[in-house]
Design a protein around this ligand. Structure first.
Ligand code: 5GP
Ligand code: ZN
Length: 114
């Protein structure tokens, strides 16, 4: 069995505060939130990083964005705004090697990010 924690969360083998689910995607609250709303949106299928995405995954990549839009509305962030971030690799600050889209909101974001 995979030792990947996000694979396990995606398969409901590890607990998480789930806010959205469909056949391919799960979204849950980050365990260490960086803002009032901090949600991770993952494909249930394992991809280590955005580097693993291929042409065949284009539809799934779009579905991650649509899930983000749906959840932002659910969390009442659609109008005031929010940030979507996908970290990749060491310089990108990726700490969990399973693709995840951060949806962060509920406060004013600064730019550039650290
Ligand atoms: P990254 O740094 O890879 O872009 O983001 C990984 C995120 O996963 C971090 O914000 C971290 O707080 C979150 N995280 C790590 N382990 C767990 C976990 O077991 N459960 C939840 N809900 N979030 C986690
Ligand atoms: Zn995984």
């Amino acid at each position: 069995m995979s030792e990947c924690i996000f694979c396990k969360i995606g398969a409901h083998q590890l607990q998480a505060m789930v806010v959205y689910e469909d056949t391919e995607i799960l979204a849950f609250r980050d365990i260490n939130p960086q803002a009032p709303v901090h949600i991770l949106i993952i494909p249930k299928k394992h991809y280590s990083s955005p580097n693993d995405f291929a042409e065949a995954d284009v539809a799934l990549m779009g579905k991650l964005m649509l899930a983000a839009k749906t959840i932002a509305r659910q969390e009442k962030l659609a109008d005031r705004g929010y940030r979507l971030v996908m970290n990749c690799g060491q310089d990108g600050g990726q700490s969990v090697a399973h693709v995840h889209l951060h949806l962060i909101g509920g406060r004013q974001m600064s730019w550039p990010p650290g």
